[in-house]
Write a protein that binds this ligand. Structure first.
Ligand SMILES: Nc1nc2c(c(=O)[nH]1)N[C@H]1C(S)=C(S)[C@@H](COP(=O)(O)O)O[C@H]1N2
Ligand SMILES: [Mo]
Length: 417
């Protein structure tokens, strides 16, 4: 078999026949995605200039040398942040979080109903939605439960992989509100999803009129089923669960609806036994993605890389410490620095091979600084929970291995004064 695959032993006609046959090895997995099941035996192509390559296909493939995967549980899957370059998340690696699984919705039968405190209740088909003026926006989506800690051997994906970024395309919700006409007392709306969980959240009308979108596309193609096909609400900078997927109903009202997701869930304890509710904006966060566990580095020049973002606006500064929080230096930000978007940062550093702890912290244009774990734990009287965005320190060991450092660093710097 091995010998047969070797094109040197084939005539040109045989080879073309073989390559054409390869085109037929495209198969459907249970989710209906097309994957290339066959393919040339890549490891055998030691001199690619001596063999005819694979012909263009109807769908591109990811190199089989690239092992990019989400980590999955029954309720969510996480983006492999440490494997990304740039800030757009490939759509098939966007994190997923759903409470009742991914529903299959026929776009021909899809409808969005807007009713309640409106002049003219209306139903919109997907076709109707696409006729309105469209907008595109690059922005992150992050689950408010995006935190894990307490174990040295955690990757950025495990600590913080419930955030992803896409270019979202759709229409402004304000366009639809103008169409139905909001009554003077309208101040909240209910967003309801058409999945088995029938996810519902109450959103202030002010957010609806500001930058809320109904999106039907993601990174140039229809929104993926996992992301809410054929349409979802998208609230830039707000906790993921307010961006209701598979959106089917919007009810306008003059008060919040107090749904399950905003009473028994998605609240956090703060000091004195009080509970915080409707804490919906994602606070600024940064995470180094290189070097991190499980990577191993060599002494010498290292480009520390990572992403930073804020649900309140733009990233204004990312500071790096390479001495466990004693000194801080500004990192370079990769343009464009977009509003409510993952922003790349980098910091060139020469490592002398001695054990140390490196970390990043972000400031946004409201003046907010990303807190240290200790600060968060004190403020919340808890060790974790929703909206937990601590500085993430990484310990470099003399052998070049990197682990999550639990060290609680000093929190003084020039900027804090
Ligand atoms: N209808 C519906 N919308 C939903 C959910 C859901 O279970 N059902 N999960 C929410 C949660 S908790 C998050 S974090 C985001 C996740 O979006 P994603 O799966 O596209 O990453 O969708 C939100 N919208
Ligand atoms: Mo979430």
């Amino acid at each position: 078999m091995k010998k047969e695959n070797n094109a040197e032993n084939m005539t040109r006609r045989q080879l073309i026949g073989r390559v054409a046959a390869l085109g037929l090895v495209l198969s459907q997995n249970p989710y209906g995605r097309t994957t290339q099941a066959g393919g040339l035996p890549l490891t055998e192509l030691d001199d690619p200039t001596k063999k005819l390559g694979v012909f263009p296909g109807k769908i591109g493939t990811r190199s089989t040398f690239e092992k990019l995967e989400k980590t999955t549980s029954q309720t969510s899957s996480r983006s492999p942040l440490q494997d990304f370059h740039g800030t757009i998340t490939p759509s098939d690696l966007h994190f997923e979080r759903h409470h009742g699984g991914v529903p299959v919705i026929d776009p021909e039968r899809y409808e969005l109903i807007i009713h309640g405190m409106v002049e003219k209740p209306m139903k919109f088909s997907l076709h109707d939605l696409k006729r309105f003026p469209s907008v595109s926006r690059i922005s992150f989506l992050e689950c408010s439960g995006n935190y894990r800690g307490g174990n040295e051997k955690l990757t950025p994906q495990q600590i913080c992989g419930l955030t992803s970024q896409s270019e979202w395309t759709g229409i402004m919700l304000s366009t639809l509100f103008r169409e139905v006409g909001l009554k003077p007392k309208a101040s909240w709306f209910l967003a309801e999803g058409g999945d088995a969980a029938v996810m519902t959240r109450s959103i202030p009308i002010s957010k609806g009129l500001d930058d809320a979108m109904i999106v039907y596309a993601q990174n140039g193609e229809a929104v993926r089923p996992e992301q809410g096909y054929p349409a979802r609400l998208f609230l830039p900078g707000w906790e993921g669960n307010t961006s209701v997927k598979w959106i089917r109903r919007i009810e306008v009202s003059d008060a919040p609806f107090m749904t399950r997701e905003e009473t028994s869930k998605y609240t956090e304890r703060v000091k004195d036994g009080k509970i915080r509710q409707f804490s919906v904006v994602m606070d600024a966060r940064s995470i180094i993605t290189f070097p991190t566990y499980p990577q191993v580095v060599e002494r010498g020049w290292i480009e520390i890389r990572g992403i930073a973002w804020s649900g309140r606006g733009r990233v204004t500064l990312v500071e790096i410490s390479v001495d466990n929080g004693k000194n801080w230096y500004p990192a370079r930000l990769q343009e464009p620095v977009l509003n409510k978007a993952h922003t790349g940062f980098r910091f060139l550093w020469q490592w002398d091979g001695r054990e140390t702890v490196i970390m990043s912290r972000v400031y946004d244009d409201t003046g907010y600084r990303q807190p240290f774990l200790k600060e968060l734990q004190d403020a919340r009287a808890s060790r974790g929970g929703y909206h937990f965005n601590p500085v993430t320190p990484w310990r470099l060991k003399p052998d070049g291995s990197v682990v999550l450092a639990d060290a609680v660093p000093r929190i003084r710097s020039n900027r804090d004064k």
